[in-house]
Every structure is written in structure tokens, then in C-alpha cells.
Write a protein that binds this ligand. Structure first.
Ligand code: HAM
Length: 403
């Protein structure tokens, strides 16, 4: 038997119901915030991700599904959604048009990570990207939207918040961090030694306990923000306070993608094990310009659907539509014709096997149908159909013409 690849799952039956319930709920909320759907290709030029997510990130350095296609193009299955949306935004000249553009998307992402619970090689994200709003109110709106989605689905969370500064304060902070790390260089892991040269702030989210002990005394970005970043960060916290959204400021939250500046946030769940990040995002004011567009402020987030599926509290599934069946071959022909008509207005599931009433009722129950409609020889003779409402248990025999 040929099995699916490691870290790539099928989604069917009950899981699919959760999956679509999540997408429908999240899309409905994104639309309420004024966002419009966007679909971008799964395959993009590798250079797009190298330039946006960043060469020093684990995603680009180790995890890309990258290959040369038949036309000798260096291409890559998208590891995340932001880069493609930014590319589309610039390609459609929306950066030149100016104004505010808000998009939401959902779809498969690919990262060649070591698979484990909650960590897949093909996974699905729901994300939003907002272009053209500089105000920190938009950052707050992103966080409120995630919170609304999680509340609607009955999912508890902890929100971690940081500011990564801007092109004015971040370089100075990086210099002081590097000075600090150089003093304890011998005690840090190989990955951190590499990060000091490639992207020093990434040392702050090293998972190695002994590195973390050494960084306790390291300078904090939140204490080194310029006046504008500092006032935006305070304003963001005030908006969240005013709207009763709880958060923890975590100055070690740096995120694994290089394009962020100012606001960075992560929603985590304590109920799903080590892969606990269920949503993450932040501001990326320099990315549009970096990908050759006109300078445009931008902010967004993405949620990991597989991780959320474990946590979603589904509404009780309601009985719906019709189950139709025949008790003999002659009746089957009629049932098929009637079902075809009925599907113009209702859902109709059928079992083509002829069987007795008791077995049809069992099958209707299994299909979670609201009505069981059956034709046997008596009904054929009288041009009627027997219908049982499986919720209130009432039974009726009615003329086919009135069905
Ligand atoms: P990210 O933090 O890399 O951000 O991914 C967002 C979410 O995707 C994570 O919080 C997690 O729930 C889920 N996720 C990531 N990797 C995996 C995996 N291997 N298996 C299962 N789930 C996973 C981004 O991708 C940014 N593009 C978010 C963003 C949008 N920032 C601004 N706009």
C-alpha cells in the first residue's frame, strides 16, 4: 500500500466538519472586520521567501520544499502566506493605488520540519493581511479578531505581546545585545553562536535552558524602544486593556520570520502540548518596499488550523435533510426520480439497496437525516410516499405530488 508522506495528513469525515466549521467561522469574522478573500498560488519563486521570510530564518534555511521545475525555475511550495499576499499586492499595483486594502486567506502551507504532534509538513493556515494603515489601532484590531475567532470556537488562550522596534531603535538594540552575548559566548549553544552573526535577536527564543539562563540579564528590547515605538506599544496595551483582552508582555518573543517590526504577538494554548502556538502575527512595515513596492505599512496574523481543530467546541450537530429509500426494485426507479426533483430545494442522501422499513430507518439515523422517506409496493400502487420526521417521530403517508 502506498501511504501518505510523513507529516502530511488526510482530512475527512468528522475532522473535515471541524475544518470547514473553523474556516466558515473565521471567514465570517474577518468579513465583519472588512477583509476580502484572496487566493494566491501554492508555488512561488524561491527568491520571494528568501527575501521576505529571511535567509537567516529556520524556515528558509532548513524547511523549504524547494526544487528546480521543468523550465529551470527555482521554485518553492509556500511555507507561509504573507509573502505571496504581499507579492500579489505589489503585482496588482495596489501599493501605487494607495488607500487601505485588507485580505484574508486560508490554505495549505509546507515546511520540512521534524513531524510530531501539532507539527506537520503540510498544514493549513487561516490568515489576514492589512495594507495601508499605520495606526496602532489596526494592530489592536488584528488581536481582537483572533480573540473573537477563538472565543466563538470556545478556545481558551494566553496572548504574548512584544514590540520589536523599528529601523531607528532595533539596530541599536541589536548592537547592545551582541555586546552582551559576546561576553558569554563560550556558554551558548552552536545555534546561538551562528545566530549572533546572522540575526542576533533570534537567540532570545532559543529553546536551550542553559542559553536562556545566560540571557536573563540580557538587555530587553522593550526598554530600548525609540519614543515613537514606545508610545505605540503603550497605546496598544491601553486599547487591549480597554477592551478586556488579557496579555503578557514577553520581551523575548521575537517570532521566527525576519520581516516584523514594532508589534509582534503570539496566541498560545496550554491544552495541546509542546507545539502550543495557535496563532502568530505582527506588523511588517518594511516588507512591501523590500519586495520593490512603494513603502506601505502592513500588519497581519495567521492561525494554525490543525492545532486549533483539537480545541474547537463544535455546536451540536443538527439532523438535516432527507434520507430516501425503496423497499423493492420497482419502487427504486421512482425514488431516484423523486430524489432528483427534491434536491432542487433540499439535501437528499440515498441508499440504493432495497430493504425493509426498519433497516431504512436505521440508515436514515446513521446519515443524521431529519426525515426518512420510503416507497414500497403499497405506496407505488397509491402514488404516495411514507415520510417519518426523525426529530418529533411523526409519520405520514402523502401523495408524491405533494412531497
Ligand atoms: P507562523 O508563526 O510561522 O507565522 O505561523 C502561524 C501559525 O501556523 C502558528 O502559530 C502555528 O499555529 C501554525 N504552524 C506553523 N508551523 C506549523 C507546522 N509545522 N504544523 C502545524 N501548524 C503550524 C506565519 O506564518 C506568518 N505568516 C503570520 C503572519 C501573517 N504574520 C503577519 N501576517
Amino acid at each position: 500500500m502506498i501511504a501518505s508522506l510523513r507529516g502530511m495528513n488526510d482530512i475527512l469525515s468528522e475532522d473535515y466538519e471541524r475544518f470547514t466549521y473553523f474556516i466558515e467561522s473565521a471567514s465570517e469574522i474577518a468579513k465583519k472586520y472588512g477583509f476580502h478573500f484572496i487566493e494566491t498560488p501554492l508555488l512561488e519563486e524561491t527568491a520571494l521567501f528568501k527575501r521576505s521570510v529571511g535567509e537567516s530564518s529556520d524556515i528558509v534555511g532548513k524547511e523549504m520544499y524547494q526544487f528546480i521545475d521543468k523550465g529551470e525555475n527555482d521554485v518553492c511550495l509556500r511555507p507561509e502566506g504573507t509573502a505571496g499576499v504581499v507579492r500579489a499586492f505589489i503585482q496588482k499595483k495596489l501599493d501605487r493605488a494607495g488607500g487601505i486594502h485588507r485580505f484574508f486567506y486560508h490554505g495549505a502551507m509546507f515546511r520540512y520540519e521534524r513531524p510530531q504532534k501539532g507539527r506537520l509538513r503540510q498544514f493549513h493556515q487561516f490568515g489576514v493581511e492589512s495594507f495601508g494603515v499605520e495606526s496602532v489601532y489596526e494592530d489592536a484590531a488584528m488581536i481582537m479578531m483572533v480573540s473573537d475567532i477563538l472565543n466563538k470556537l470556545g478556545i481558551g488562550y494566553r496572548l504574548q505581546l512584544n514590540s520589536l522596534g523599528c529601523s531607528e531603535c532595533m539596530p541599536q538594540y541589536k548592537d547592545s545585545l551582541v555586546d552582551y552575548i559576546r561576553k558569554c559566548q563560550d556558554g551558548i549553544c552552536i545555534d546561538c553562536q551562528r545566530r549572533v552573526d546572522t540575526n542576533p535577536i533570534r537567540v532570545l527564543d532559543c529553546k536551550n535552558g542553559s542559553c536562556q539562563e545566560l540571557y536573563v540579564e540580557a538587555p530587553k528590547i522593550t526598554q530600548n524602544l525609540c519614543a515613537s515605538c514606545s508610545s505605540d506599544f503603550s497605546a496598544l496595551q491601553k486599547i487591549l486593556d480597554d477592551n478586556s483582552i488579557k496579555y503578557e508582555v514577553d520581551s523575548n518573543l521575537v517570532r521566527g520570520l525576519d520581516y516584523y517590526s514594532k508589534t509582534a504577538f503570539e496566541f498560545v494554548s496550554d491544552e495541546i502540548g509542546s507545539q502550543s502556538a495557535i496563532a502568530g502575527g505582527g506588523r511588517y512595515d518594511r516588507l512591501v518596499e523590500f519586495l520593490d513596492g512603494r513603502p506601505t505599512p502592513a500588519v497581519g496574523f495567521a492561525m494554525g488550523i490543525e492545532r486549533l481543530m483539537e480545541l474547537i467546541k463544535m455546536p451540536e450537530s443538527k439532523k438535516e435533510g432527507y434520507y430516501m429509500g425503496a423497499m423493492d426494485d420497482e419502487a427504486l426507479q421512482s425514488v431516484i426520480k423523486i430524489a432528483h426533483q427534491k434536491r432542487k430545494t433540499d439535501t437528499v442522501v440515498m441508499d440504493y439497496k432495497t430493504k425493509n422499513l426498519k433497516n431504512h430507518l436505521k440508515a436514515a439515523d446513521k446519515a443524521n437525516a431529519k426525515y426518512c422517506a420510503v416507497i414500497g409496493s403499497d405506496e407505488m400502487k397509491n402514488k404516495t410516499i411514507w415520510v417519518k420526521n426523525l426529530e418529533d417521530k411523526t409519520e405520514n403517508t402523502i401523495p408524491i405530488a405533494e412531497f
